[in-house]
Write a protein that binds this ligand. Structure first.
Ligand SMILES: O=c1ccn([C@@H]2O[C@H](COP(=O)(O)OP(=O)(O)O[C@H]3O[C@H](CO)[C@@H](O)[C@H](O)[C@H]3O)[C@@H](O)[C@H]2O)c(=O)[nH]1
Length: 494
């Protein structure tokens, strides 16, 4: 991936626009770095809310300043700083992004303020597929080529793309709780695999006119209208499903696992990685604690940046972990659960037991934790970044999916790739205890062997000549080709 010749003297300028949360911004930062390393000028556009937190808790600003043509830009999401963006008010958040942010984005693109003197106009947009509904409209209106990037798995995306099919064949809306364990027919390629409970969570509606279901369907449709679709996956992992997706989007770039792919590229160029790319303050002391634990003895527990637990679920998990008598490292974000108003907070005995075998942090350096030799299992919510990070580290998972794409990922981890166990939505202490013992003892060998095979395939895909390696080169070539089109420098050029 060397800098390319640019016939008319201006390198491409790509606007990167992720959905504003940790799980989306992080893979978009990886994408920003791939492009920057290839000499592409990048404008990274994030909401004020995300940008402020990113700059506060990471060194990405100074890290990216070393790249010629890199520009940070911010935009409003239309909400006050203390608004609960991804909780129960998630729908209002989406609406505000579509209405307020969408209008601002169009104005910014049209006025040319998203470039720099070196490359004034945006020659290509790479927008989050979740935001495809309005970004595709803006790109079409302003005649700027657009590529979408989805930060979820191909399997969850395909299940989501199949919603119209599921409605047409009468499988949506789901009839009732009694159907949850039955198999779904309307997702081609997933017959015999997917149960109703494994569908993306926005399918759990009683009326197909539900705004979340409709919103996802509209975004999916627009997502297929771009010039390409970037995915943080690799062909060897998801190929049967990728070929189904290709019937909707002809030009797919599976370039993952992006975090490992990027690490290899940076190492080759002798460039150091940013110390963190989190919007939360990272507690690195847990690495010192891990250093003193035996090989593969620790269960790492985290449910990502968004999901929450009730106090009862938290206590059940805690008893399950403590009763398993295994060591554990648990990420309890400050907003993970609401302390009980009736004074029934975490029982003292759990805190005492934790001092003996556990370690609790507010936010961990997760990639480093999963690569640590002391970690032997990951109890996860099956967010896609966590799934990929665990897979590359060869760490078997216990999946406790909460929302969005997570149920599909969890099903694939347990039933298709067989690198973990699915806890579904159960949070009983006995089940947690059993699952931890299964992964750490009873089924350890079988799961570790399968995870290790998967890890090898992942690393091969991002190594020179591998599928993701070649797909990334193709993406960069295509971005340069787009830049060569004569009409491309019209919008926003000075
Ligand atoms: O203590 C922690 C916990 C998490 N992470 C990182 O935070 C990211 C979390 O991403 P993910 O596992 O994908 O979970 P979410 O934060 O829940 O991400 C959202 O975005 C994902 C990508 O689209 C979706 O798969 C999820 O369902 C959605 O909730 C990962 O890279 C982790 O390494 C840390 O660095 N430290």
């Amino acid at each position: 991936m060397e800098n390319k010749q640019v016939p008319h003297g201006r390198p491409p300028r790509v606007l990167l626009f992720p959905f504003p949360d940790q799980g989306h911004v992080q893979p978009f930062l990886n994408l920003a770095e791939f492009l920057s390393l290839a000499g592409v000028h990048v404008t990274f556009l994030s909401t004020h809310f995300i940008h402020d937190r990113l700059l506060l808790h990471s060194n990405v600003q100074s890290h990216f300043e070393t790249y010629t043509g890199f520009v940070w830009k911010t935009i409003s999401d239309g909400l006050p700083d203390n608004y609960p963006r991804l909780g129960e008010k998630g729908f209002e958040f989406f609406k505000s992004l579509h209405v307020v942010t969408g209008k601002l984005l169009k104005d910014m693109l049209a006025s040319g303020e998203l470039g720099s003197d070196l490359s004034p106009s945006v020659t290509c947009i790479i927008a989050d597929g979740v935001l495809a509904e309005f970004t595709n409209n803006i790109a079409t209106e302003l005649q700027i080529p657009i590529i979408f990037s989805q930060t979820s798995s191909a399997c969850s995306l395909w299940a989501s793309f199949s919603i119209p099919n599921l409605i047409e064949n009468g499988e949506l809306p789901i009839r009732g709780k009694e159907d949850m364990n039955k198999l779904v027919n309307g997702v081609p390629g997933m017959e015999g695999i997917l149960r109703f409970r494994d569908l993306p969570s926005f399918c759990r509606v009683t009326d197909v006119r539900h705004p979340n279901l409709q919103g996802a369907t509209r975004a999916n449709q627009k997502c297929t209208q771009g010039q390409g679709l970037i995915l943080n996956t690799f062909e060897e992992l998801e190929e049967p499903i990728l070929s189904h997706l290709r019937t909707h989007c002809s030009n797919i770039y599976p370039i993952g696992p992006t975090h490992t792919h990027l690490k290899l590229k940076l190492a080759k160029k002798e460039v150091s990685s940013p110390s963190s790319n989190s919007i939360f303050e990272t507690d690195k002391n847990c690495i010192t604690w891990l250093d003193s634990q035996p090989l593969k003895s620790v269960m790492y527990v985290s449910i990502g940046s968004v999901a929450i637990m009730t106090r009862d679920e938290l206590v059940e998990f805690w008893y399950g972990l403590v009763n398993s008598r295994k060591r554990f490292l648990w990420v309890i974000r400050p907003d993970l659960y609401k302390e009980a108003e009736d004074g029934k907070n975490v029982p003292e005995e759990l805190l005492e037991e934790t001092k003996k075998r556990g370690y609790v942090v507010g936010w961990a350096p997760q990639e480093e934790v999963l690569e640590h030799p002391a970690v032997g299992g990951f109890l996860t919510h099956s967010g896609w970044n966590s799934t990929m990070e665990s897979l590359v580290a060869g760490v078997p998972m216990i999946c406790w999916p909460r929302q969005a794409d997570q149920p599909v990922n969890s099903r694939y981890v347990s039933e298709v790739w067989k690198i973990g166990l699915d806890m579904n939505d159960v949070s009983d202490r006995k089940v947690v205890e059993k699952m931890v013992n299964d992964v750490m003892v009873e089924r350890k060998e079988e799961l570790v062997n399968a995870a290790d095979e998967m890890r090898k395939l992942a690393i091969k895909s991002v190594s020179e000549g591998g599928s993701s390696y070649c797909n990334l080169n193709r993406l960069i070539d295509d971005i340069y080709k787009i830049n060569e089109q004569p009409s491309i420098h019209a919008v926003g050029d000075h």
